[in-house]
Design a protein around this ligand. Sequence first.
Ligand SMILES: Nc1nc2c(ncn2[C@@H]2O[C@H](COP(=O)(O)OP(=O)(O)OP(=O)(O)O)[C@@H](O)[C@H]2O)c(=O)[nH]1
Ligand SMILES: [Mg+2]
Length: 214
Amino acid sequence: MKLLAKIILGGDGGVGKTTLIHRYITNSFIDSTKLTIGAAFHTHEIEYDEHTVLVQIWDLGGQEQFKQMGLFSKYFKGASVSVIMFDLTRLSTIDSIPFWADLAKNASNCKLVLVGGKKDLAQGLSFKKEDFAELFEKYNFVEYHETSSATGDGVPEVFQAIAKAIVDQTIVKKNNGNGNGNINDNEKSNITEKEKSNINSDEKKQNRFFKRRY
Ligand SMILES: Nc1nc2c(ncn2[C@@H]2O[C@H](COP(=O)(O)OP(=O)(O)OP(=O)(O)O)[C@@H](O)[C@H]2O)c(=O)[nH]1
Ligand SMILES: [Mg+2]
């Protein structure tokens, strides 16, 4: 099955979102990044269990000034999965998980993947999904992973979790719709073209918006 989906990466400034995407796409580490202004956009194909998922990844700038501008809800619209990231070396970033999860919940009720980043600097500190039981109960979290973009540890697992969530949702939707888990070619191309045009126009709008301001 070939699928197209929009995913969002949220989390406070400096937790490692841009570096995580960079590590996944290029398999290399950038040790000094610029803060992301507003949002950045990438596309990538993830192979998962005989499926190919073309993901459009929106990497949000998590610095306070962008959070306060109240821009982000529109980015979450139409997202299938949102990754919410915190920094294992700065545990105050855990407090912001509900801020990001509420944005996702209100805009698209998408599936959420929780990521604790910078594992290589965490001096052995590690959490389990159960440590976030309240958040998992309140929001649509499906998995928790810890990553290091410096070593690559845990990074593929996050993108496999994203693809799995997308594939699972599609199969559930199809099962609910017509009692049949297969997508025929017409349905496939309809999804793709409609989604593609929405996302392209979103991208153009956001580029115009940030050009005006920065
Ligand atoms: N050692 C180590 N450093 C990391 C890791 N991930 C990110 N960093 C560093 O942390 C800093 C911030 O990373 P970014 O990826 O820019 O953070 P961000 O979440 O995109 O930040 P904003 O765009 O401001 O929201 C950079 O200097 C990265 O090199 C990691 O896994 N290990
Ligand atoms: Mg960034």
